[in-house]
Design a protein around this ligand. Structure first.
Ligand SMILES: NC(=O)c1ccc[n+]([C@@H]2O[C@H](COP(=O)([O-])OP(=O)(O)OC[C@H]3O[C@@H](n4cnc5c(N)ncnc54)[C@H](OP(=O)(O)O)[C@@H]3O)[C@@H](O)[C@H]2O)c1
Length: 288
């Protein structure tokens, strides 16, 4: 075996061990009564996270724009065992709603142990044709509101030795086609919160910060978007993705890669960008 291949194989082995190890020590009891805010929880991965937290007996606030759907999710959370489940409707594209949602949570739960930032605004899955307004809007929803909510919640998380959990994407690490504005927002999240991770560690903050890198997950929105365009990429189950995010936050891990192959592709991308780019483009059924 050539030295570079040896290094690659060894890295993959270490990656597997590291990623598996990160979930080993999860104790569900730690979430009993935990005060949790989950954004983008009316559907998809956020909704699944709400149900898991509910089963663990957490006190929950969920948010998204659609009030009626949030109401149904809250009812299900209560039936699953949540100690408390409340919702507040909010549009993360506005200046005031990110603060309003955190304030509501702090008031209703008397503090915060987990802030899970997960929402994303709808965006086309298509070639970028110069829509600057949409890109600006998406940055507000997917990036600026995360920064605003994190800042608002940090004092409370500091007090409770809490956790900030950022749901990001594989495309924030390795860019793919047809999602330029979305990719930009996820890269911005990785950059901003990667920097904040250093700062929290350097000042011995009580707050843990987890950045979660997800590959393709079988939510309705994602499946609808990629239909007929992305080939041969298996989608991982949303409920399992949600559980892995929760475990990552609860065990105060800095990173999650789910499914695990996202970590391997991220490693290979730096080792051999040309091959990775070729393989990525091959999965797209796109003829200009
Ligand atoms: N699914 C995947 O394949 C995949 C892959 C990688 C990363 N991820 C990441 O995983 C997270 C969840 O993805 P998902 O597939 O579960 O998304 P999703 O099903 O599209 O859900 C998005 C959530 O965000 C809310 N939302 C949309 N616009 C909003 C706004 N302006 N203000 C407030 N809330 C808003 C939606 O509810 P309302 O419409 O009611 O507002 C919904 O609850 C995202 O951060 C995404 O980037 C997903």
């Amino acid at each position: 075996m050539r030295p570079l291949t040896k290094i690659l194989v060894a890295s993959i082995g270490v990656a597997f061990v590291a990623v598996h190890w990160s979930t080993v020590t999860f104790d569900p009891e730690t979430l009993q009564g935990a005060r949790v805010l989950v954004t983008g929880a009316s559907t998809g991965i956020g909704e699944q996270m709400a149900y898991h937290y509910a089963r663990f007996g957490a006190q929950l606030v969920i948010t998204a724009r659609r009030e009626k759907v949030l109401q149904q999710v809250v009812e299900k959370c209560l039936s699953l065992g949540a100690q408390k489940a409340l919702y507040i409707a909010g549009d993360m594209a506005t200046e005031s709603d990110p603060d309003k949602v955190v304030e509501f949570t702090l008031e209703k739960l008397g503090g915060l142990d987990y802030l899970v930032l997960n929402h994303i605004g709808p965006t086309p899955f298509s070639v970028w044709k110069g829509d600057i307004e949409h890109t600006r809007w998406l940055m507000k929803v997917n990036f600026f509101s995360y920064v605003q909510m994190a800042w608002k919640a940090l004092p409370s998380l500091e007090q409770s030795k809490g956790s900030l959990v950022i749901v990001s994407s594989f495309v924030g690490k390795v860019a793919g086609p047809l999602t330029a504005p979305y990719t930009a927002t996820k890269s911005a999240l990785n950059g901003f919160f990667g920097s904040l991770q250093h700062e929290l560690a350097m000042k011995n903050s009580n707050v843990s910060l987890s950045i979660c890198t997800l590959g393709l997950i079988d939510t309705e929105t994602a499946m609808e978007k990629i239909k007929g365009i992305v080939n041969n990429v298996p989608a991982a189950p949303a409920s399992e993705a949600a559980l892995n995010i929760i475990k990552t936050g609860a065990t105060r891990q800095a990173e999650l890669y789910y499914p695990y192959n996202t970590y391997i592709i991220t490693l290979i991308k730096d080792w051999n960008p040309a091959v990775t780019n070729y393989l990525i483009r091959r999965t797209y059924n796109y003829n200009p």
